[in-house]
Design a protein around this ligand. Structure first.
Ligand code: SIN
Ligand code: MN
Length: 224
């Protein structure tokens, strides 16, 4: 990533990389980021430890801990059946409220924000070597937006199209505190993380190295 014209040097603007997808740089304050990292440390000590999910024979390079519902390729369950069988922690109220604010600000539509009821969070930790291949988020029955929060090291985020993993795509930098929301016609767009910019986490964000990404989703699975 070119750092000369990013980060603190020039203000980064809100953008809409495709209809229904919104990037809002610097949405979380450093204090909020730090507080969320403290919550992450609690979640990681919880009933289900962060684990590298296996895609076929291969472990993913990110480690994931889930709230509300446990995700595994390619299903949700209340218990982490592919880890230790324990039920995951409840989805916290503050994360529901934060998700609603995120959707309101991304869409400009308070009614859309108020209606948003995420019930799962996938919390991914990337070390400096981790990445995530191009994929769709399609294990949810609901097509409500996905809210993504980034903390720690910056990443190169590849934002693609709904047809396949290849071009056209755009590469964006997601920095600590950034919000990315995708819904509507972009809800099933392919996306991935091609690299982590080691050493770019800002002082005070709570992480000295690595990247935390939290995605909020509505599973559409109800209370079962
Ligand atoms: C994801 O696609 O689930 C995570 C994306 C990211 O880490 O920004
Ligand atoms: Mn995804």
């Amino acid at each position: 990533m070119s750092t000369l014209f990013s980060g603190d040097f020039l203000p980064r603007e809100r953008s809409t990389p495709s209809p229904g997808a919104t990037h809002i740089p610097g949405w979380l304050t450093l204090e909020q980021q730090h507080w969320i990292v403290e919550r992450f440390r609690e979640w990681a000590r919880g009933p289900v430890p962060p684990r590298a999910a296996r895609i076929g024979a291969y472990p993913m390079s990110v480690r994931t801990v889930c709230l509300g519902w446990h995700w595994r390729p390619y299903a949700y369950s209340r218990e982490a059946v592919d880890v230790n069988g324990n039920r995951v922690l409840d989805f916290p109220e503050w994360l529901l409220q934060l998700g609603r604010r995120a959707v309101t600000e991304a869409t400009g539509d308070p009614a859309a924000g108020a209606a948003y009821t995420p019930d799962t969070a996938l919390v991914n930790f990337y070390d400096s070597a981790a990445s995530m291949g191009m994929h769709q988020d399609r294990d949810e029955r609901s097509r409500a937006p996905v809210v993504s929060l980034s903390i720690g090291d910056a990443c190169r985020f590849r934002w693609g199209n709904t047809e396949g993993r290849g071009r056209p795509y755009r590469d964006l930098d997601l920095l600590s505190g950034d919000l990315f929301v995708f819904g509507g016609p972009s809800r099933l767009a392919y996306h991935g993380v091609t690299r982590i910019e080691s050493g770019s986490a800002p002082a005070g964000c709570g992480l000295e190295s690595g990247r935390l990404n939290i995605t909020l989703r509505e599973t559409g699975l109800g209370e079962s």
